[in-house]
Design a protein around this ligand. Structure first.
Ligand code: UD1
Length: 413
């Protein structure tokens, strides 16, 4: 799929952000922790949600969609989701923790690498082993077995988002108490804990370095609405600033956007925070900045590509260091095709600011790289074509329509 973006169109108006993709994926996986009815509201129409829903169906869960809600009924009759589904999104691996807790025996394909790096799962497995599981590998699948899971102290060498979530889900039904030390602090972790607690779980400390999970015998029925998507919000904030427009971004939690807001202000953009909205406008030139991606509450790696697209037109040189993933500069080669001046040295990119970008034919290599190309396209001279735009639809609901409502001229080809 391709999309075409007409450049040099400042964005004005209001845009509403949907629920967080990275919160919904683990929440849907955690739905495997009970057989009782569970309802999740405000579900965005994005590809990744579709895939995880298919994974749950393949495991035996009945799912009905009513408008923006998903209702899930019944339990699991399989412990082995098909590889064709699992390989489509890495987050499928998040079914491992709940399946292990419920069935004591689970087999999930190793997720493999992706465009942004090798992304190992050693910390997930270390956590399951600490809870008493025996892990083996066969035919590219990870097999975990445990008659009973026992609570334990688990120290993560790195505050991995996925490992924290997977271990939290397994521990929710374990015997005894689990402590995840050096846990990830992301808001999506807190949302998952709140979801588990809404089913009768006992998770405390989510959002802090140590999360305590007291195992319970059974989880029960719930209705839950996930948090807004801070990365979708951040992408519209960047687009507003990059095009020199003024956009009100609605249905957000400003607290979750602090790192992005702080950097935008440093570049000379104006950011006005409300209770659940944020206004971004830029009239002055863009000042160059230094950015280093870090686990939350640091600057999010999922906003690195979009911010770089913005900094291309700064008045001076900016430096961007990617410390979370080892190979997350795939967008740079495409931005160079649009005339950007960027040099990469290991995990650091130096972006020499310039007045204009020129439209080109470019390729989205992953979800956020695609979003960055859209932002670049909105500011470039001429009409940019983004190939493989299906990557963008994995995580942004109605992005073409939302941008066009703000005055952009984007069409799907
Ligand atoms: C999640 C997000 C992703 C985001 C990332 C970091 C979802 C569905 N995805 O991905 O959008 O970019 O957090 O904020 O929520 N690592 C290991 N061993 C492990 C696990 C991770 O070495 O067992 C490394 C990874 O290779 C990577 C780093 O830790 O370099 C961060 O990964 P992690 O926090 O686990 O990210 P994900 O959960 O995969």
């Amino acid at each position: 799929m391709e999309i075409q973006v007409q450049g040099q169109t400042p964005l004005y108006g209001r845009v509403e952000v949907g629920s967080s993709k990275n919160a919904i994926l683990p929440i849907l996986a955690a739905s495997l922790l009970t057989d009782e009815p569970r309802k999740i509201n405000r579900i965005p129409n994005i590809k990744d949600v579709e895939v995880i829903t298919e994974v749950l169906s393949s495991l035996g869960v009945n799912i009905d969609q009513f408008s923006r809600s998903l209702e899930l009924f019944g339990g699991i009759n399989s412990n082995h989701p098909p590889y064709e589904l699992v390989r489509q999104i890495r987050a499928s691996f998040l079914v491992m923790g709940p399946l292990l807790a419920r069935r004591g025996n689970v087999r999930v394909a190793l997720p493999g690498g992706c465009a942004i790096g090798t992304r190992p799962i050693d910390l997930h497995l270390k956590g399951f082993e600490a809870l008493g599981a025996k892990i083996t590998m066969s035919g590219g699948d990870v097999i975990a077995k445990a008659n009973i899971l026992h609570g334990n102290h688990i120290y993560l060498d790195f505050p991995s988002v996925g490992a924290t979530e997977n271990i939290m889900m397994a521990a929710a039904l374990a015997q005894g108490t689990t402590y995840i030390e050096n846990a990830a602090l992301e808001p999506e972790i807190v949302d998952l804990a709140n979801y588990i607690n809404s089913m009768g779980g006992k998770v405390t400390g989510a959002g802090c370095n140590v999360i305590k999970i007291e195992g319970v015998k059974k989880l029960t029925s719930t209705e839950y609405t996930p948090i807004p998507d801070r990365i979708e919000a951040g992408t519209y904030m960047l687009a507003a600033a990059a095009t020199g427009g003024e956009v009100i971004i609605e249905n957000i939690i400003p607290e979750h956007l602090k790192a992005i807001t702080a950097k935008l202000i440093e570049t000379g953009a104006e950011v006005i925070e409300g209770d659940n909205q944020i206004i971004v406008r830029r009239e002055k030139e863009i000042k160059p900045v230094y950015i280093k991606t870090l686990p939350y509450p640091g600057f999010p790696t999922d906003m690195q590509a979009q911010f770089m697209a913005y900094l291309i037109r700064a008045n001076g040189s900016s430096i961007v260091t990617e410390s979370v993933f080892e190979n997350r500069f795939m967008h740079v080669a495409e931005l160079l095709r649009m005339g950007a001046k960027i040099k990469i040295e290991g995990r650091t990119a130096v972006i020499r600011g310039q007045k204009n970008l020129t439209a080109a034919r470019v390729k989205a290599t992953d979800l956020r790289a695609g979003a960055a190309l859209l932002i670049a396209g909105l500011t470039a001279r001429g009409s940019t074509t983004i190939m493989n735009s299906e990557h963008i639809d994995r995580g942004y609901e109605g992005i073409v329509e939302k941008f066009n409502n703000l005055g952009a001229k984007i069409s799907r080809i």
